[in-house]
Design a protein around this ligand. Structure first.
Ligand SMILES: C[S@@+](CC[C@H](N)C(=O)[O-])C[C@H]1O[C@@H](n2cnc3c(N)ncnc32)[C@H](O)[C@@H]1O
Ligand code: SF4
Ligand code: SF4
Length: 285
């Protein structure tokens, strides 16, 4: 396979109330319906466009310098590539110097390449779905798309990478997964991902559990100041280490299974109070 795996970056890094990385999530609309999908991706899924309100909140909560990273996922970003291209341009016009990563199944290869090419700083890269790129655990993407992406990567080395093979028990989860059983499914320890800003205006603590509305994940909204969001995220990370992981070890459960099926047994992290009501203009769908 032409594509390299993307190296992991340090977790939990916050400077001046800004996160090293932030995920952006506009809904789970997708041109696939993978049987393991964490977000219940499907053609009938929801999609709410990025707007200046969301992107201003993103710009205020992620590091603006070249170490900062904004990650677009979904759902499938290439289905609404015009809105993604507009969003990247908005971030650049408002001073964001960092990296942009687009998670994609690659099926609409031309749209993905258009997104990559649109960044005036040339710092947008893609991460392909491991199962759909390789055909292990999902039908492989059309070979015509794969060839286009391989040629693009050969000409722009390091721009198109491949995601991790691990499958976690979130969303549709591990039970329906039919790929290689060597692909890890069981760590007790949460990977401590960076949080998500959804286009419904809410900050959610976990990109894998983003369709889970439990209060344990609710960090605040676009109405909150960045200090509230980042402090609540730190509270969430502390809760993972002091409450969530001991429970996973004690009950011998994979970390994500605890979030998906056992949260009612765990206290909600002690978040700072946040405004909860959002108007339509602020992103409530
Ligand atoms: C939810 S998808 C959205 C972007 C795009 N549709 C794609 O598939 O890459 C983002 C990433 O989550 C990964 N993913 C989906 N379900 C997963 C699971 N149960 N465990 C681990 N990763 C998962 C996908 O492989 C993909 O790399
Ligand atoms: S993993 Fe990606 S491609 Fe598969 S259904 Fe989910 S969002 Fe769609
Ligand atoms: S353990 Fe929970 S918080 Fe961590 S990645 Fe899994 S679902 Fe997300």
């Amino acid at each position: 396979m032409t594509f390299q795996e993307r190296p992991s970056r340090p977790r939990g890094i916050i400077e001046d109330y800004r996160l090293l990385e932030l995920h952006l999530y506009p809904g789970n609309q997708c041109n696939r319906e993978c049987d393991f999908c964490t977000v219940f991706g499907a053609p009938k899924g929801w999609y709410t466009e990025y707007t200046p309100v969301h992107l201003d909140a993103a710009l205020n909560s992620v590091m603006q310098h070249d170490q900062g990273t904004v990650k677009f996922y979904g759902g499938e970003p290439t289905l609404n590539h015009g809105n993604v291209i507009w969003a990247i341009a908005y971030l650049r016009d408002h001073g964001f110097q960092g990296a942009v990563v687009v998670y994609s199944n690659g099926i609409q290869a031309d749209h993905l390449i258009e997104i990559l090419e649109s960044d005036p700083l040339g710092k947008t890269t893609a991460s392909l779905n491991y199962s759909i790129a390789t055909g292990d655990g999902a039908p492989q993407m059309p070979l015509s798309s794969l060839r286009k992406l391989e040629i693009y990567e050969a000409e722009h080395v390091g721009v198109i990478t491949i995601g991790h093979a691990d499958i976690v028990d979130s969303g549709r989860g591990i039970d329906p997964f039919i790929g290689e059983d060597t692909r890890s499914q069981s760590a007790h320890r949460c990977p401590h991902c960076y949080p998500v800003l959804k286009t419904d205006g809410r900050f959610h603590a976990c990109p894998f559990a983003v369709e889970n509305a439990d209060p344990h994940f609710q960090l605040g909204t676009v109405k909150d100041v960045p200090a509230t969001i980042t402090q609540n995220f730190q509270t969430f990370l502390g809760w993972l280490d002091s409450v969530h992981e001991p429970y996973a070890v004690e009950h011998d459960l994979p970390a994500c299974t605890v979030c998906w099926k056992h949260l009612q047994d765990l206290p909600v992290p002690q978040f700072r109070e946040t405004p909860t009501a959002l108007t339509k203009a602020e992103g409530k769908s």
